[in-house]
Design a protein around this ligand. Structure first.
Ligand SMILES: [Mg+2]
Length: 224
């Protein structure tokens, strides 16, 4: 098997989304004037998770997703606020607080001369390309596919079809998808016919059907 194309997920694969998001949520706690603690984060994450779930099932649109997670969290504390305004601030902080996962820059430099790299991400357009540019790694990718821009999301096979066509349809067994989500990245990639590599830094998943499983991005050097 000769891999020629590497499709990277972004959030919690190349970028430490969790750390950046929690940092950005501090300003939300300040706006609400509530303590920034685990209980606050739990409330936000529950509303955020619900909103994404409804969005992915087509129950709400992406504007409602952006707005409702902040408005519903605020409402939990008996506060009314403009969810879209808070969302804009949060997304701007996400871009400003960009953080790489350990080893991300090094592995991109290692792979870039020998492989075609693509970024495949289920994320909001206000964040994904601006953050790649702010992190100064956008030029390393031949293709960047943002779900919010095309109206399709992983694991939908039409998303993978779109990403595949963007790099001129190489043989599917020459493509590998690297991501942290067993469902959207690994199952989606696998069902489309690509090779897959689950990145599982805290080793929380077992028995995932993936061609490779790594806990550190450095381990990609053993595969590629
Ligand atoms: Mg991810």
């Amino acid at each position: 098997m000769k891999i020629t194309h590497v499709f990277f997920d972004l959030d919690n694969t190349l970028f430490d989304f969790t750390a950046a998001s929690n940092e950005a949520l501090k300003s939300f706690a300040e706006v609400l004037n509530v303590p920034y603690d685990n209980s606050f984060l739990d409330v936000y994450h529950e509303h955020n998770h619900t909103a994404w779930h409804l969005f992915e099932r087509g129950v709400i649109d992406s504007m409602t997703l952006r707005r409702s997670r902040f408005e519903n969290t605020a409402e939990h504390y008996g506060i009314k606020l403009d969810g879209l305004m808070m969302n804009r601030k949060y997304l701007r902080l996400l871009v400003e607080n960009k953080r790489f996962m350990s080893g991300a820059e090094e592995i991109l430099d290692y792979l870039h001369p020998n492989y075609s790299l693509s970024a495949i991400t289920n994320g909001l357009k206000e964040v994904q390309r601006p953050r790649l540019m702010a992190a100064e790694i956008d030029h390393l990718f031949d293709s960047i596919v943002v779900s919010d821009e095309i109206g399709l999301a992983k694991p939908d096979s039409r998303y993978f079809q779109f990403a595949w066509e963007k790099v001129d349809c190489p043989p599917k067994d020459q493509v590998i998808v690297i991501g942290d989500n067993p469902h959207s990245d690994i199952l989606g990639g696998r069902e489309f016919g690509f090779n897959t590599c689950l990145f599982d830094p805290i080793q929380k998943h077992d028995q995932i059907e993936s061609d490779y499983q790594i806990s550190s991005l450095h381990e990609l050097k053993d595969i590629l």
